[in-house]
Write a protein that binds this ligand. Sequence first.
Ligand code: GLN
Length: 460
Amino acid sequence: MTISDIQQKIKDSSARAVIENALKLADEKSEYHALLSLTAERALRRADDIDSGKIVGKLAGVPFVVKDNFLAFGAPTTAASKMLEDFNAPLQATAVEKLEAEGAICIGKSNLDAFAHGGSTENSAFRPTKNAVDRTKVAGGSSGGSAVITALDVVPFALGSDTGGSIRQPASFNGVVGVKPTYGAVSRYGVVAMASSTDTIGVFTQNIADAEVVMDIMAGQDERDMTTLPDFFEIQNDLKPNQKIGLISDFMTDDVDGDVREKINKYADKLRQNGHIIEEVKLPMAEYALAMYYIIVPAEICSNLARYDGIRYGLRAENAINLAEVYGKTRDEGFVTENKRRIMIGSFVLSSGFFDAYYLKAQKARTLLINEFNKLFTSYDVLIGPVTPTTAFGLGENTSDPIKMYLGDIMTVPTSLAGLPAISVPAGMDKTGLPVGVQLIGPMKSDAKLLSLAKSLEDK
Ligand code: GLN
């Protein structure tokens, strides 16, 4: 059900009936492990306030879910980690506050890879989420729970964070729309930090129109996040005709599943049939994007995770006999293996002997990648390509091979490093019936234009 279907239902019955139904559905689908908690009590109270007219707004009574790395009231904010298992947020993320100000109702918190490190939701300290289409496959990640709960039609939209693909990849794996906005479009305030220079806040929906509505509400400057941009998001009612679109050939090599490439080519054909011009383009620096990402992002992770020391909030290990042990034991118990791996890599690339060779070099290469994108956008409106090299893989299939996991991020991290908006749109199924997503990438602040282009092709 889309947002407008839900709004009709609220008119016909009540916000309480709609929220009760969403909670019931969430319960029925609990075997997918998409949610870590329900915020039922608070949600029903808000529903009553809507039915009595105390709360009004554009999304009055519409249920949604937030990834459990967003601070929100009504349940703990765990980031799917033992570190924050019992952490109750003292405030709410700006994105959540803005949606609540329009009457939307958060019904639960979704599962993720602990601290958003991963691409399958198998790094959750609690349990992996199952794919909405095939329960033997991964949900994708790190925002796997939000993607699955949207795909299962429990809620019309769910929030996620995307640092290197965590919205786009699970959207693609579960056949829903996923929006990773321009860096700074939506406030990161109140969201557990992963890598501050690429963290973005976005949304999963069942169709493009709903993504537009939610982005319109969430976007805008926030004095509590100094990287936010003045609001530039405006829903586009007219589509620019005859757009010039570059198909990134570096993403269409033999390393990418034939089925995936076929769906991307089909989408390109559809664009062509609708009057747009498609040309193959090259993005040579993309080859190095993964190497840059897995230097820069762990460096930022290791700084951001330093705050979990067992002293200020969250877990504190018992039986520590001195301060060093408090730190050590807490961090050992509170983090999953992948968190620790990234702290180690980050500490290494930032260490005095290696800073220039790794971190600084990666930042310089990042500038070259950004320049390449900028150059392409002088001739092209939009770039397209796959989101991932494969469709959803089997649960447990890649868990012992971190490099293989990282390779899955090859087509999502370039845009993250460049701060560009990129969306994942359903583009059909592979031969086994698993969803394939197409990625639409635009220049900075072209978020609304990307959505309007995708909308013009929806259901065609
Ligand atoms: N899969 C990527 C990683 O593991 C992206 C994670 C994210 O965007 N949060 O870093």
